[in-house]
Design a protein around this ligand. Structure first.
Ligand SMILES: [Zn+2]
Length: 127
């Protein structure tokens, strides 16, 4: 597919360039966000797009949070600074606790059964 034919709301995209960030680096030089694309449309509008998918927004600042969608999957969990990895770890912990709880529930029921059998046996002896 020819990228020149890309359209947004059926309006052709004229240019697709890195986005000039609202801040500068320590040396005072402009920073360009390579993954946040500035898309100039044929009707004169400018929208911002994700470099990895079709996501676009008129708000330049909404692209960078969106980039996390692409970051989370291919890289292996790096630790506490990765909220998705932390969430996955918590879900795994929940599964483990739930499995443990089911096991205890099973044992409690088995103990209840034993207790009933013992009561019955004792009752049988007493009567
Ligand atoms: Zn994207």
């Amino acid at each position: 597919m020819n990228s020149a034919l890309r359209t947004i709301d059926s309006v052709p995209v004229i240019t697709d360039e890195p986005t000039l960030a609202p801040m500068r680096d320590k040396a005072g030089k402009p920073i360009f966000w390579q993954q946040t694309r500035t898309l100039c449309l044929a009707d004169g509008r400018t929208v911002y797009g994700c470099a990895h998918c079709e996501y676009t927004s008129e708000n330049v600042l909404s692209i960078r949070p969106h980039l996390n969608v692409h970051k989370a999957r291919p890289t292996t969990p790096t630790g506490d600074d990765d909220p998705v990895a932390a969430l996955v770890a918590r879900l795994a912990e929940y599964d483990r606790v739930a499995a443990e709880r089911d096991e205890w529930k099973r044992r409690a029921k088995a103990a209840e059964r034993d207790l009933r059998a013992i009561r019955k046996a004792i009752g049988g002896v007493q009567s």
